[in-house]
Design a protein around this ligand. Structure first.
Ligand code: BGC
Length: 340
């Protein structure tokens, strides 16, 4: 099937999406002089997304992630008494649905109007080890209040687990040569889920209070990120953690906010999900040549991935990711742009 690029446009935003992986290739926001500025990392051409040198270590730029965003311990889980084995592509764990996850698939795409793109795919029973035929629809839509809404829906014919997200890498300055260490972040979360040295959640829900994990008031991402005396920052190579949102599924409350003091641009995130992965681009290492030939340096972008908590299938007390036949999985993420 052919690679295709779709353009969504309104007065404030212009977004380019690829049918491969539902990848958000560009998010152009307007600056005060009405010039368009691209605030996400990625490649210039669609072919680069499938080039062999990037296919293996592709950092998931802008892609839809499934069937399970984030990690599952040793790629194993038990559902209704049956054990399932998923690909082990990251420290022995399953990360982002394995190497052949939703980010690599070509989605069916329809564009009902200039502001909306509907992507769908059917993942067969047993694909990448996941039970059940999963029919997924993801809708990207722009709204007049400067927001991109991502709606995820899925249905299955057997009990299964689902946790879908998007992996956009934001740098609000629009300049991928610079880091996001000066971006100020607010996370509406009193707790987070600590990880071990393989990035696996330990099962603990820890308070952010009194630690460098606390972003309840706007704080520069770089202010404490290198404090590796704090074990969690050492384990994550910086921030790479799931935050337990205070919003508890209430999409009307802001879950996260980013402010770039240089450009004045802002990004707010809203979601019905219980968690958000804050990843500070710690594995960008200057080797991936992105848009305009820029080799993206360490921490030149951040991801805010709305989701259920990592490894939920193996953590009985955490919000469930199980979807059964007849039920509808539904998740929403809103990225709202602005300027201050
Ligand atoms: C994970 C990181 C991982 C990255 C891959 C993030 O969602 O939390 O640990 O390296 O995805 O680009």
């Amino acid at each position: 099937m052919e690679l295709k690029e779709y353009i969504l446009k309104n007065e404030c935003l212009e977004i380019h999406v690829c049918n491969l992986g539902g990848i958000i290739k560009n998010i152009f926001v307007r600056d005060c002089r009405w010039k368009l500025v691209d605030v996400v990392l990625g490649f210039d051409t669609l072919e680069q997304y499938i080039a062999p040198e990037y296919r293996k270590n592709y950092p998931y730029f802008g892609a839809l992630i499934g069937r399970y965003g984030n990690r599952i311990n040793q790629g194993r889980f038990i559902l209704d008494g049956q054990e399932y084995q998923l690909p082990q592509n990251n420290y022995g764990h399953c990360l982002h649905g394995g190497d052949t996850g939703f980010h690599h698939r070509i989605w069916d795409a329809t564009q009902p109007n200039a502001q909306t793109l509907v992507l769908s795919c059917v993942s067969p029973d047993g694909e990448a080890g996941f039970p059940g035929t999963l029919k997924t629809t993801v809708t990207y839509s722009l709204s007049d209040d400067n927001a991109l809404q991502i709606n995820y829906e899925a249905e299955t014919d057997k009990p299964t687990i689902v946790n879908l997200t998007n992996h956009a890498y934001f740098n609000l300055s629009g300049d991928g040569k610079t880091t996001i260490l000066d971006h100020q972040l607010t996370l509406n979360a009193d707790y987070y889920t600590p990880v071990d040295s393989t990035f696996m959640t330990t099962g603990e829900i820890a308070p952010v209070e009194g630690t460098p994990m606390d972003f309840r008031t706007a704080t520069a991402i770089g202010a404490r990120i290198d404090n590796y005396d704090f074990e969690q920052l050492k384990n994550g190579h910086g921030y790479d953690h799931n935050y337990v949102l205070n919003t508890q599924g209430d999409i009307s409350q802001v879950a996260a906010k980013v402010y770039d003091p240089k450009s004045g641009r802002t990004l707010e995130v809203y979601t019905n999900e219980p968690g958000i992965q804050f990843y500070a681009g710690n594995f960008l290492d200057g080797t991936v040549k992105g848009k305009h030939g820029i080799y993206y340096p360490l921490r030149s972008a951040l991801c805010l991935e709305t989701q259920h908590y990592p490894d939920s299938p193996n953590k009985a007390d955490w919000p469930s990711v199980v979807v059964r036949p007849g039920e509808k999985y539904h998740s929403t993420c809103i990225y709202k742009f602005g300027a201050e």
